[in-house]
Design a protein around this ligand. Structure first.
Ligand code: AMP
Length: 281
């Protein structure tokens, strides 16, 4: 497994593979890998000759400096996991390499970034799209895989790729959950044991809301939202950020429930840890 720490060395490697006619699939991550990340890599292996993974905790997408400082990191363990999966190359850039002092370019997707996390985390998606576009230029993939755990991010990257005619196929991979249903996330290790137990309420609420759409052919959007809201524990340290029902394609508000085309998305603070989850219902 190759490890590259500079953009130039990663880009040269990728361009060489492309010259040899190899297809490249890319999985960008912020590390502290779990089974959700690994499922993306396994999918990538089925889709292309070579798989590249990046690990970069991108400072520009954090709107909260404590969240950035406390983001979990264990590169040694991550590299062992990636080696086991026989990943071809890992790109581990430094912030100084990605953002030299004279760096001054940004790319933004205007509409899909307005609701949900775009509203509660100002600047977050501009950080994401700018770093992903830069990673695409460095890694030169034919295919890139994003998890639907971050559903809005997946849609934003799809839109950027379409708008800018990038010759890259964007694939959305299914959300992977813990046994009890909690969406896997690198941030889960930062939950207190009490909050870890209560965090499963997001999945339970989403599942109940989904069951409602299976029982009634036209449930109201309010009923759907309320079903999820009622599942979130009442606790002064558990604070709702949003519960929204939106069109899964445009992320615009819906007038009424659309079967299998409604995104039900939730974000909740458990203490200082903000968790997100979603289901297409
Ligand atoms: P992150 O390291 O959190 O930036 O995530 C890197 C990639 O893994 C993104 O495309 C995420 O959507 C994806 N991912 C993270 N958690 C999960 C999960 N539980 N299931 C599926 N994909 C995930």
């Amino acid at each position: 497994m190759k490890i590259f720490k500079t953009s130039k060395s990663q880009q040269n490697y990728s361009l060489n593979l492309r010259k040899k006619g190899q297809t490249l699939a890319f999985v960008p991550t912020m590390g502290y890998l779990h089974a959700g990340h690994l499922s993306l890599i396994k999918l990538a292996k089925k889709k292309a000759d070579c798989v590249m993974v990046s690990i970069f905790v991108n400072p520009t997408q954090f709107n909260n400096s404590q969240d950035f400082k406390k983001y979990p990191l264990d590169i040694k363990r991550d590299l062992q996991l990636l080696k086991k999966l026989k990943v071809d190359a890992v790109f581990l850039p430094t912030a100084a390499d990605m953002y030299p002092q004279d760096f001054q370019t940004s790319v933004e997707v205007s509409e899909l970034t307005k609701p949900l996390c775009g509203q509660s985390r100002p600047g977050h998606f501009a950080g994401v799209t700018t770093v992903v576009l830069k990673l695409f230029q460095i890694v030169q993939p034919h295919i890139a895989i994003f998890g639907k755990k971050d559903y809005q991010q997946f849609r934003v990257i799809q839109q950027m790729t379409k708008d800018l005619c990038l010759p890259i196929q964007i694939i959305g991979a299914p959300l992977v959950r813990e046994k009890d249903g909690l969406a896997m996330s690198s941030r889960n290790v930062r939950l207190s044991s009490q909050h870890r137990q209560k965090a499963v309420s997001l999945y339970q609420g989403l599942s109940k809301a989904k069951a409602l759409t299976q029982k009634s052919s036209q449930p109201s959007l309010n009923q759907i939202r309320k079903t999820l809201l009622d599942s979130i524990p009442q606790d002064k340290n558990i604070v709702l950020d949003y519960v929204e029902c939106l069109d899964a394609q445009t992320l615009l508000p819906l007038k009424k429930y659309k079967k299998h085309k409604t995104l039900l998305a939730v974000a909740v603070y458990f203490g200082k840890i903000r968790l997100i989850d979603n289901m297409i219902i």
